[in-house]
Design a protein around this ligand. Structure first.
Ligand code: TRP
Length: 346
């Protein structure tokens, strides 16, 4: 890993906060679809917990949402709605730099410099590009360069760690390759980040189909607990969860994935080991009632805080504007280094 040397920047460099000696992390979320229990346990809760230990940057990747056919009003509305939900879930804008990608123009500025560093072949090989482009009519050029924008998102902030699910692992590898190539060609400029993987037990499966991940793209939301579902809807979805044949409650993810998923959710919600928790329940109905209760316990505070925040959309916008100000300041530094290194007049 490389760390950049101190630099002289023409404007108020001394007034900028110096990078902390600790570890810095970044998380990007696409503002598409509504947030669900899988997002909460897999990504949001770990980020909320880590923000008090680790310097954290969280941004909404609205530019990424433009890489496929989109409705302008929907992207805008989702961006604000998702920001509100994340704040309701405990993201603390005093601890975390929280902003919207498009409000920090350095993302696109660095993107171009990295497009001059990454290869067409590299982008074209990405599994996600291959899968998504195979099912579309008019593939946008931005879908191809998407991972290069993602690399810019990450390298912009000199982060050390990027929590990623398995589907983003290849994009992170590309980020590392591009960072190393740039550093080798033009001199040390970027911190080369590493991937960190969320705990396996935080993987939440669809309640109606426990062989697939709980996700925004599910055909029906019968098995997807949305963070803002009312209590009776949460309860109904959990009580109707698909379980496996059998009568005893035990933890066997291979043979009984539906049951294991419920135990995983319970363990994530109340703490403890799913295999040990299993012994407390005599029937599926009893287990489901406990899971419904535990999930409601997780969602209740989010729901309450969301109601408060939704009363004042101006507050959320102000939080995002302040976050963008902070992000622009640190990003300007990185872009300055990259521009100078690659041969632009600064
Ligand atoms: N591509 C990520 C996803 O779909 C979102 C994302 C964009 C991201 N830029 C990022 C994640 C930078 C981490 C870091 O989930």
């Amino acid at each position: 890993m490389t760390t950049s040397a101190p630099l002289t920047v023409p404007t108020a460099a001394a007034a900028r906060p110096q990078p902390s000696p600790g570890v810095r992390r970044i998380t990007g979320l696409q503002p598409t679809g509504r947030l669900h229990l899988g997002n909460l346990l897999g990504a949001i809760r770990p980020t909320v917990a880590a923000q008090y230990r680790t310097e954290t940057i969280v941004f909404l990747a609205d530019l990424h949402a433009l890489t496929v056919a989109h409705q302008p009003n929907e992207v805008r509305a989702n961006t604000l709605a998702q920001a509100t939900t994340l704040l309701a879930a405990g993201l603390d804008p005093d601890r975390t730099t929280f902003y919207v990608q498009s409000q920090v123009p350095q993302h696109t500025e660095l993107h171009y410099l990295l497009e001059c560093t990454a290869g067409y072949g590299e982008a074209h090989r990405m599994i996600q590009f291959r899968e998504k482009s195979a099912t579309q009519q008019n593939v946008r050029l931005s879908l191809l360069s998407y991972p290069v924008l993602m690399a810019a998102d990450i390298l912009l902030h000199d982060v050390h760690e990027v929590p990623v699910g398995a589907d983003q692992g290849q994009h992170l590898e590309l980020t590392r390759t591009v960072a190393q190539r740039f550093n080798t060609r033009y001199g040390d400029t970027f911190v080369v980040p590493r991937a960190v993987h969320p705990a396996v037990s935080a993987r939440v499966m669809d309640l109606a189909d426990p062989t697939r991940k709980m996700g925004k793209s599910a055909e029906s939301d019968a098995g997807v607990v949305l963070l803002l579902d009312p209590p009776e809807v949460v309860r109904r979805k959990v009580m109707r969860a698909v379980t496996d044949p059998g009568r005893t409650v035990d933890y066997d993810p291979q043979a009984r994935p539906g049951l294991a998923n419920l135990l995983d959710i319970l363990a994530a919600a109340v703490g403890g080991d799913p295999a040990v928790l299993a012994a407390d329940y005599r029937s599926y109905a009893q287990l489901k009632a406990a899971v419904a209760e535990a999930v409601d316990g997780l969602l209740r505070p989010v729901r309450l805080r969301h109601t408060e925040l939704a009363r004042d959309p101006g507050y959320v916008r102000r939080v995002l504007a302040e976050g963008a100000d902070r992000a622009r300041e640190s990003a300007a530094d990185t872009v300055y280094r990259a521009r100078r290194a690659i041969g632009l007049l600064t």
